[in-house]
Design a protein. Structure first.
Length: 606
C-alpha cells in the first residue's frame, strides 16, 4: 500500500561533505529515507584510478568506514532506508564492505546494488561508431579512464521494491536517489511524468545538501549557525507536491529565496531539464513560505514542475587523461604588489619558454596568470585602483603541457623568483609544485536500449526494464517565455543600484558551461533588471574568461513562476573541472561577480 507522506533526508552533497549531517538528521528528522550523493565527474576518474591499483577499491569508502560504521545501528533501529551512489566504479565491492561491517556490528541488512552504468568495456566500439561529444564535437577518447552512463530512478525503485534496506548505485543522475525512493513509496509508474518531474525537482533541490538550507545563499549575513547548518528534509506527498525543511535545533535558513536559488543551480533551458526518467519543465515552479511545523522549523512548499517524456538516450560521462598541469603560488607584499606579481609571472613564463626551446621539449600548451587579492576574478570589472592599492597578493601561475618533463622545468624555475625578481616575495605556498595529470570530461549519448540494467540483491540478479523508446520532442516544448524589459518614461530619472540590491543569484557549471540564475527580490524589479542585465552585458562582464576568436555565446531563459532568469555562458571555464587553469573552474563565484553589475531603476520603486 502506498505511503501517505514520506520524509527524506539528504546527508551528502559530494564526497567529502561534513560528517555532522547524518547525526542531526537521525536525531530529529523522523525520516523514512536517507539519501547520499557522492559522485562528481572527476570523482569517477579518481575512483577508476584507485580501482586500477586495487581491485577492491573504487567506491566512496567514507560511506562505509565512517558514516555507516557510526550510524548503521541507529539507521536500522529507526527503520530508515538508505540510498547512496557511493558505489562509484565498484559498487559490488562497496556492497561487500557494507555486509562485512553489518556482520561486525551485529546488524542484519539487505543490500541492493544497481548495475549497468559502467560502459568502459564498450570504449573501442563507441570510438569506431564515431560517437562525438555532445558539446564540443570531439571524438570518443582513445584511452578513457572511466565511461559511465547516468542512470535514472527505476532500478533504485526496483531495489527498494525487493525489500532492500540499503541501495548502492554507481553513476546515476544526482536526483535519482530521491526520485527512486518516491517512486517506490508511492507506487508511481514510469509514465507518471508530472509526479516524476516534481520528484526530480525535490531531488535536485537537496542533491547538494545544505546548499538549499542557507549554504551559499546570497544573503549570507542572515544565515545563522554555519557551524551546525541544518541539512535538508523533503516531506513528500503521493501527488508529487512536497515541502523543504530541516531538523530542529540546527542552523541554516529555509525560505523561498534560499530554496529557489538551488533550483537554478547547474541548469540550462528550464523548459527541458533532461533526466533519464523524465524531461522537466521548471518555468512555472513556485515557492511558498508555509507555517512552521510542529518542531518549530520553517517550511517551504514547492509546486509547479511539469513532466514530459524523456529521450531515448542516456548521457554518458567519459573521463580521460590529457597531458599534465602544474600550479604554483607566491605571496608578494609591498607597494604595487599586484604590478610586481604580474611582472613576476610574465618573467617566469618567458624564461621557461626559452629554456624549453633550448632543451627541445614540448612547450606550454596553456597558461594562466592570476593575481589573487587584486580581483582577478572580476577581470575588467575589478574595482578601479584596487590593483594599485593592494599591498599583499598571491601570484598564481597555472600551466599545461603534453610533456611532464616540461612542467618539471617550470617547477624548477618558479622558485628562483623568490631571490631574483620582486622585492617582498615570500611564502612559496605548498612548496615546489609537482606536475599532475590533466583529467578531462567528455559527454556522449548512448541509446537506452543498448544499456542493460540490473539489480543485485544479496547475490540474486534481477533484470530492470527501462523504457527505451524515448518520446522527448524538442519541437513540442512550449514557446519560451520572454520577460519584457522596462522602458523609462520620458524625463523619468533612474538611480543606479547594484544587482545585489535587487536580486538573489546562484551560479554553477556543466563542463565548460557556466550558468547564473538571477531571482528578483520583488517582481516589480525584474523589468528594470533586464534593461541592464542582458546577454550582451553579461558576455562583456565575463569577457576575460571566454575562449576563442568567435563572439562570446550567452543565452537567457526565463522562469516566470519564480520571477527569475537563467543566463548560460558557453566556453567560459577553460575546459572546466580539473582540465581548467582558472582559479574558479566550477563557476562558483560567477553569481557574486555578476551581482556587482549596476542596474538603472527609479528609486521610487524601492
Amino acid at each position: 500500500m502506498a505511503a501517505a507522506t514520506i520524509r527524506i533526508g539528504s546527508a551528502s552533497g559530494f564526497w567529502g561533505d561534513t560528517a555532522l549531517a547524518v547525526g542531526q538528521l537521525l536525531k530529529g528528522g523522523r525520516l523514512d529515507y536517507l539519501v547520499f550523493d557522492y559522485l562528481a565527474e572527476v570523482t569517477m576518474s579518481i575512483l577508476a584510478m584507485q580501482k586500477a591499483k586495487n581491485p577492491s577499491a573504487g567506491y566512496a569508502s567514507d560511506f562505509v568506514d565512517i558514516t555507516l560504521r557510526e550510524h548503521l545501528v541507529a539507521i536500522k533501529a529507526q527503520g530508515v532506508r538508505v540510498v547512496a551512489n557511493a558505489g562509484g566504479v565498484n559498487p559490488l565491492a562497496c556492497r561487500d564492505a557494507i555486509v562485512r561491517l553489518a556482520e561486525e556490528l551485529g546488524v542484519a541488512v539487505r543490500v541492493g546494488v544497481v548495475l549497468g552504468d559502467d560502459l568502459s568495456g564498450n570504449g573501442s566500439r563507441y570510438r569506431e561508431a564515431g560517437l562525438r561529444d555532445m558539446f564540443s564535437g570531439m571524438e570518443f577518447p582513445a584511452r578513457p579512464a572511466s565511461v559511465n552512463a547516468y542512470l535514472g530512478a527505476l532500478p533504485i525503485a526496483s531495489a527498494l521494491d525487493a525489500g532492500c534496506d540499503i541501495v548502492v548505485t554507481g553513476r546515476c543522475v544526482d536526483s535519482a536517489v530521491t526520485v527512486g525512493a518516491m517512486m517506490h513509496a508511492f507506487g508511481w509508474a514510469a509514465n507518471d511524468y508530472d509526479k516524476l518531474a516534481q520528484a526530480s525537482l525535490a531531488g535536485h533541490l537537496v542533491e547538494c545538501g545544505a546548499q538549499c538550507t542557507g549554504g551559499l545563499f546570497t544573503d549570507w549575513q542572515r544565515v545563522p549557525d554555519w557551524e551546525n547548518i541544518g541539512f535538508p528534509i523533503i516531506e513528500a506527498n503521493p501527488d508529487g507536491t512536497f515541502l523543504i525543511t530541516k531538523p530542529p535545533g540546527t542552523g541554516g535558513l529555509v525560505e523561498p529565496a534560499s530554496v529557489a536559488e538551488q533550483m537554478l543551480y547547474e541548469i540550462s533551458d528550464p523548459r527541458a531539464y533532461m533526466l533519464p526518467d523524465v524531461t522537466c519543465d521548471f518555468t512555472q515552479v513556485r515557492f511558498e513560505a508555509l507555517a512552521s511545523g510542529e518542531d518549530g522549523q520553517a517550511r517551504v512548499g514547492v509546486s509547479g514542475a511539469i513532466g514530459r517524456p524523456p529521450s531515448e538516450h542516456y548521457k554518458v560521462s567519459v573521463t580521460f587523461a590529457d597531458g599534465f598541469r602544474n600550479t604554483a603560488f607566491l605571496t608578494i607584499v609591498g607597494e604595487q604588489a599586484a604590478a610586481k606579481a604580474l611582472r613576476t609571472g610574465e618573467a617566469i613564463l618567458a624564461r621557461v619558454d626559452k629554456m624549453l626551446a633550448a632543451l627541445q621539449l614540448p612547450g606550454l600548451s596553456a597558461r594562466r596568470i592570476e593575481v589573487l587579492g587584486a580581483e582577478a576574478t572580476y577581470g575588467a570589472q575589478a574595482a578601479p585602483g584596487l590593483a594599485r592599492q593592494a599591498r599583499e597578493v598571491v601570484l598564481k601561475i597555472a600551466v599545461k603541457s603534453a610533456s611532464k618533463a616540461a612542467l618539471e622545468v617550470f617547477a624548477r624555475e618558479f622558485a628562483p623568483a623568490a631571490t631574483s625578481m620582486s622585492p617582498g616575495t615570500t611564502g612559496l605556498v605548498g612548496g615546489r609544485p609537482s606536475p599532475a595529470p590533466v583529467v578531462r570530461l567528455a559527454s556522449f549519448m548512448v541509446l537506452k536500449r543498448e544499456v542493460p540494467i540490473s539489480v543485485d540483491v544479496m547475490g540474486q540478479l534481477l533484470s530492470v526494464e527501462v523504457p527505451g523508446n524515448g518520446g522527448f520532442d524538442a519541437e513540442a516544448l512550449p514557446l519560451a517565455h520572454v520577460f519584457e524589459a522596462a522602458v523609462a518614461d520620458e524625463g523619468e530619472s533612474a538611480d543606479s543600484f547594484q544587482l545585489i540590491d535587487l536580486a538573489w543569484a546562484r551560479s554553477g557549471d556543466k563542463g565548460n558551461i557556466a550558468n547564473i540564475g538571477v531571482i528578483a527580490r520583488q517582481a516589480r524589479y525584474l523589468p528594470w533588471i533586464l534593461t541592464s542585465v542582458t546577454t550582451q552585458s553579461v558576455a562583456q562582464w565575463f569577457a576575460h574568461n571566454f575562449e576563442g576568436p568567435k563572439p562570446a555565446r550567452v543565452e537567457r531563459f526565463d522562469l516566470p513562476g519564480a520571477n527569475a532568469v537563467n543566463f548560460v555562458l558557453h566556453d567560459v571555464l577553460g575546459g572546466g573541472g580539473m582540465a581548467s587553469l582558472h582559479t574558479d573552474n566550477l563557476a562558483k563565484t560567477y553569481a557574486q561577480v555578476l551581482l556587482s553589475m549596476p542596474v538603472k531603476m527609479p528609486r521610487a520603486l524601492r
